[in-house]
Write a protein of this length. Structure first.
Length: 369
């Protein structure tokens, strides 16, 4: 990545650390995602990466009308900007059942969808909805092999049929997330996706053989997105692609997306010979996943030494000078999704200059529902 492409002309006036979104790069990534999917109407992207009402409006301006989210707050944000279809792709338990039904009441112009993988929790949702005289659009969450949520594929037809008999649910189809397909070899990654899809298609055939509707299929994380896009089946729900990050950019060279977010940081100390410290501690950049949390553009030779709450210490090779105290640096995070959640706003840059700021609207888990 070219460090010059991320440098801001007005950097001297920007307090650090700061989260910066690059509008031109975001636009390019959106267009690349639409082209990969075949159309904007096939995309059902996850907004947990950016959590921003303004970013959602940008996506809607490109014709995307379906969105996926992980929290009630994110779902409410989507409804407030007028998203037509909102999938809350997280199991509803406890008070979130009541909160989800409150969303449906408050925003009748949006179509909401729930997911579930357990008969007991889905029955609780059904009972709560039926007591209000309604039936909730529901997708059965199927475990595609990641072992995070979802019912086993072989058990899906039986649970689907049981849920179809619940008066408070309208079973619409299947949700499957396969974020575990991380093979950097594109061909091998797609082979793994194809194998999992064969089992899922068999389950869907069994569901349809029972005379049950199963018309909605929502699939894919960012690495598997291009694999699913090759086949005309289902909606596609990548999330990271619009902002991208160093982790996916380095590991998957086949993905045609460029990091569109960076962290502006400054050197605050030279604590020892060959060491320099950035004001980019763990409160300012995600510590997930394990390993190096980001790269400093233009300083690929620097190596991280220590990361604490407010400080990030780096070492330069012997003979290389440390960047001067006060000097601005730009870091591309390894994982952009949890990094964005550390900020209440993102500065938005166009042509090397900050033009506005976007609130990270759904950063908190509760707006007012």
């Amino acid at each position: 990545m070219n460090a010059t492409a991320y440098r801001l002309r007005d950097e001297a006036n920007i307090p650090s650390p700061a989260l910066v979104f690059y509008l031109g790069k975001m636009e390019e990534n959106i267009q690349a995602a639409i082209q990969m999917a075949g159309s904007a109407s096939r995309l059902w992207p996850h907004i947990k990466t950016h959590k921003s009402a303004d970013m959602t409006r940008l996506l809607m301006a490109h014709g995307i009308s379906r969105f996926k989210c992980a929290t009630i707050a994110e779902a409410q944000m989507l409804a407030e900007v007028g998203a037509e279809h909102i999938l809350l792709a997280y199991p509803l338990v406890g008070p979130n059942v009541r909160r989800f039904l409150a969303l449906i009441d408050r925003y009748p112009d949006s179509a909401f969808y729930a997911i579930g993988d357990d008969e007991g929790s889905l029955r609780a949702l059904s009972d709560a909805a039926a007591s209000q005289g309604r039936a909730v659009n529901t997708l059965l969450d199927v475990n595609m092999g990641m072992n995070r949520t979802g019912i086993a594929t072989a058990q899906a037809p039986a649970l689907y049929a049981a849920c179809a008999r619940m008066p408070g649910l309208t079973l619409r189809g299947i949700h499957g997330y396969d974020g575990h397909h991380l093979n950097p070899d594109f061909v091998k990654r797609c082979e793994q996706v194809k194998e999992a899809m064969a089992a899922l298609n068999e389950a869907m055939d069994q569901i349809k053989a029972q005379g049950l509707p199963c018309e909605v299929l929502v699939l894919a994380g960012t690495p598997s997105f291009p694999c699913h896009a090759r086949h005309q089946q289902g909606y596609l729900s990548p999330g990271t692609v619009f902002l991208m990050d160093h982790g996916y950019h380095a590991k998957f060279p086949d993905l045609p997306f460029t990091p569109a977010a960076a962290l502006l940081t400054r050197v605050v100390s030279h604590p020892a010979e060959g060491l320099f410290t950035l004001d980019l501690g763990s409160k300012a950049i995600a510590t997930d996943p394990a390993g190096q949390r980001g790269i400093i553009l233009g300083l690929s030779q620097a190596q991280p030494v220590l990361h604490s709450e407010e400080h990030w210490v780096w070492r330069m090779p012997e003979g290389d000078a440390c960047p001067a105290i006060g000097q601005v640096q730009y870091v591309i995070p390894t994982h952009i999704c949890p990094t964005v959640a550390l900020y209440d706003r993102a500065l938005v840059a166009k042509d090397g200059k900050i033009i506005t700021a976007w609130l990270i609207t759904a950063r908190n888990r509760r707006l007012d529902i």
